[in-house]
Design a protein around this ligand. Structure first.
Ligand SMILES: Cc1cc2nc3c(=O)[nH]c(=O)nc-3n(C[C@H](O)[C@H](O)[C@H](O)COP(=O)(O)OP(=O)(O)OC[C@H]3O[C@@H](n4cnc5c(N)ncnc54)[C@H](O)[C@@H]3O)c2cc1C
Length: 423
């Protein structure tokens, strides 16, 4: 029995590995020339790497932690991005309680502490409802101009759109950052390790998936692949571009239509005097500028450091202009550290324009519990399965969620096989 997996991101690779381990014939069709999808790493100077997509692994993300252990992928020492508040939990105040640059100026520690206290008091006096927009809560809670500006700037962190479009659940409490890790060799090294030994056909963008009584046919720009089952492990937007015949049931099409993807990218700069720069920068930098959130990675052997900046797509051309983005990263580092940075290398990655990604991550605006379940559910008499970060039951939108979703889709196929042979 053959299964075709569409997409060689972490979800597709997890599905294919699990099926192969169970003795299934598996072919992975990948549109691009590489594995890893939204995990992509730029190799910089002196053997240092810069993740352009997924990067942090969080405490509790046991699936990816196990995969790293299985494949010998090393992790950094633990990183703590945010400090807990007085009640021991991380909250929106924790995100602001770091280096903050507003209108190009570094906030003094006492100004910042005042804003953090104000936000925490507002969270307790006017508890946000998860579905109300950030713009709505900041108006309703009567925050001062500075605190409102800081909270509204958090909508750019994921990176996502404007405060009017983002539910409070996306920024409070933060989903991660208390204890996490990175992969010093680059986040895409996990995908590379998982891909070894799999039958992956590159340059095969899937155009349509059709089913008749006896088989399913997956058509790419250059070939046709007949199979028993298909696992569609493509992100939300590219999935909407595949021609399903028969067409997807209404509930599935509506679930896909109701799940937009956040838009934006990442600017990555490698700097000299890494240790000193990192100490001055602090754990994270929050800003109301074009780079909404930044942090420094581990120090390299030649005392270099990679600074990462998340860039929400505000449709102003910033994400298409590498020179401007790198200059803005230098400005942010200068403002945050008070020192003149020496940049050795840098790169800008625009995920909005990546045709086979369609954006950064799925960003459901409502009906949070139900949408991933609908996005995950199989169709075509149980022969067309769906995986990908947006379909994950746990850790949706993350690398861990992607792996889990691939496991689940593979199990659906295997269950159908075992039920079929038992009858
Ligand atoms: C800037 C950024 C920062 C992030 N930060 C983090 C983080 O710190 N921690 C974290 O856990 N997660 C993070 N993520 C999210 C994480 O990277 C993703 O959730 C995860 O990698 C998604 O894996 P996936 O397999 O579901 O999809 P993808 O990785 O997108 O894989 C899908 C694959 O399908 C292929 N494909 C698409 N259409 C077709 C087609 N028609 N035919 C054939 N192939 C097709 C694509 O080329 C791709 O290889 C971040 C993502 C971005 C972009």
């Amino acid at each position: 029995m053959t299964t075709v997996v569409v997409g060689a991101g972490l979800a597709g690779l997890a599905a294919a590995s699990r099926l192969r381990a169970a003795g299934e014939e598996v072919v992975v069709l990948e549109a691009t020339s590489r594995v890893g999808g939204r995990t992509r790493t730029e190799r910089l100077r002196y053997g240092q790497s810069g993740d352009l997509g997924g990067s942090f692994i969080d405490l509790g993300q046991d699936r990816i932690l196990r995969a790293c252990a299985d494949f010998g992928v090393k992790l950094t020492p633990t990183i703590r991005l945010f400090e807990p508040g007085p009640d021991g939990r991380i909250d929106l105040g924790s995100v602001l309680d770091n280096t903050v640059v507003v209108e190009g100026r570094l906030l003094a520690p006492e100004e910042r502490a005042k804003a953090v206290d104000e936000v925490r008091a507002a969270l307790s006096a006017v508890p946000p409802v998860s579905t109300e927009s950030v713009a709505s809560w900041t108006a309703r809670s009567g925050l001062s101009r500075l605190a409102r500006r800081l909270v509204r700037a958090q909508t750019g962190m994921n990176p996502v759109h404007e405060p009017e479009e983002i539910p409070m659940s996306a920024i409070h409490p933060p989903h991660s950052g208390k204890t996490c890790w990175m992969i010093p060799g680059g986040a895409d090294s996990l995908a590379t390790a998982m891909a070894a030994g799999l039958d992956i056909r590159f340059g095969q963008p899937v155009r349509s998936i059709s089913r008749n009584r006896s088989e399913t046919v997956v058509t790419t720009s250059s070939g046709e692949f007949a199979c028993d089952d298909v696992i569609v492990a493509t992100p939300v937007t590219p999935t909407r571009g595949i021609g399903f015949d028969p067409v997807l049931p209404e509930w599935k099409a509506q679930a896909l239509a109701a799940t937009p993807m956040s838009q934006g990218g990442k600017v990555v700069g490698q700097y000299a005097d890494g240790d000193a720069l990192r100490r001055r920068l602090g754990e994270t930098v929050t800003s109301d500028g074009p780079i909404a959130f930044a942090w420094a990675g581990p120090i390299g052997e030649q005392d270099t450091v990679v600074v990462y900046g998340l860039v929400p797509d505000r449709n102003d051309g910033f994400l298409r202009d590498e020179g401007r983005a790198l200059a803005a990263l230098d400005d942010l580092v200068r403002a945050a550290t008070g020192a003149e940075p020496e940049r050795l290398a840098g790169v800008l990655q625009d995920w909005t324009r990546e045709r086979f990604a369609g954006g950064v991550v799925s960003c459901p605006m409502a009906d949070f519990p139900r949408l991933p379940a609908l996005l995950a559910r199989e169709v075509g008499q149980g022969r067309i399965h769906f995986a990908g970060e947006h379909t994950a039951e746990h850790w949706v939108s993350s690398m861990d969620g992607a792996l889990r979703s691939g496991d689940r889709a593979a199990d659906e196929v295997l269950l159908r096989r075992s039920v079929g042979s038992a009858l």
